[in-house]
Design a protein around this ligand. Sequence first.
Ligand SMILES: *[C@@H]1O[C@H](CO)[C@@H](O)[C@H](O)[C@H]1NC(C)=O
Ligand SMILES: *[C@@H]1O[C@H](CO)[C@@H](O)[C@H](O)[C@H]1NC(C)=O
Length: 411
Amino acid sequence: MLLKTVLLLVLGAQVQMLENGLLRVPPMGWLSWERFRCNTDCKNDPKNCISERLFMEMADRLAQDGWRDLGYLYLNIDDCWIGGRDSKGRLIPDKERFPNGIAFLADYAHSLGLKLGIYEDLGNFTCMGYPGTTLDKVVLDAQTFAEWKVDMLKLDGCYSTSSERDQGYPMMAAALNATGRPIAFSCSWPAYEGGLPPKVNYKQVAENCNLWRNYNDIQDSWASVLSILDWFVAHQDILQPVAGPGHWNDPDMLIIGNYGLSFEQARSQMALWTILAAPLFMSTDLRSISPRNIDILQNSLMIKINQDPLGIQGRRVIKDRNHIEVYLRPLSNQASAIVFFSRRTDQPYKYRSNLAQLNLTSATMYEAQDVYTGDTISNLKQTTNFTVTINPSGVVMWYLYPLRKRQLFQH
Ligand SMILES: *[C@@H]1O[C@H](CO)[C@@H](O)[C@H](O)[C@H]1NC(C)=O
Ligand SMILES: *[C@@H]1O[C@H](CO)[C@@H](O)[C@H](O)[C@H]1NC(C)=O
């Protein structure tokens, strides 16, 4: 009987080709994991433990400090919230740390114009050893999340087999859909299969998930950021085409505001994640983040680029022998975002190029805005040589747009 139900759900999911209308642009928000991990010691560390208090305080910051109004809408819980299952098998949060329950947190988030995301794991346990969603619990857990009015589910993949994941992720997609509540679905599925075909079928992943982790967890270091970037670039021919409105590759959280990145490196992560059309999930303490890091994360032109409605993921287009790389993302209205990235470790480097070298030849005249300084670079023809000065492990980022005749006259 159970097996029959499972088969029906799997078939249902395959026929359905999940198009839930959600996340037409990459999701933005806050996720607890990278910064707050599985700190459950509320007795000694009440301010930083995974608890109702932490999420309410972050919700307040998102709403009051300008984040929400820029699009950082999701307040997402990661591992270590679960207390167990009740006599009917339904998930319950840890009673001490979430005394009012998850529905209460969802209401609180909604009252502030935010959305609440939750975490589970398709398997016997979550990665940190809490009760997981085994195949027989998929439908029940989806219903529980919907009853709580959750808006996103991140479904991890620890303690499961490959064949359980092949069944379980489409099953969960169908089960979420069947609840009738719009719940964005973040899958860790590809990451547990090595992230690449033939083991990963990205068409199938995109039919079932709104976003998915492809690769390793981010850690609080520049080395970790680079290792993720390197992997995404090495496989960009596979990964770039599968992203688009409603279905995104996820290189993992922004670690800006934590301990591992310099100022230049923080600017680089933001710029490169934006080029990759990545979800922008901050994982930092918004109660104490510095103004410089706020400026990086709240750069409105950056966010406009990340949220471009075409949803085309960018690519690395040049790898220069002087350890300079150029990344390009096509945007709506024939605009583009360009990131000049330096892997050098000596001093600011003067990189000389022109738009023809970047294959930008569709208009006769362009103008660029430097995304971080706001400076305008005018009168760029295809062959106009320009020089950008890129700091070590830093970026220069341009929003480039063609000047039309009307605008030409105005100048
Ligand atoms: C999950 O638990 C079941 C029952 O104890 C066990 O047979 C199975 O091997 C476990 N699966 C994994 C992937 O650990
Ligand atoms: C369920 O799937 C159908 C078909 O793809 C879609 O039209 C509908 O919006 C989905 N509903 C929810 C709640 O995800």
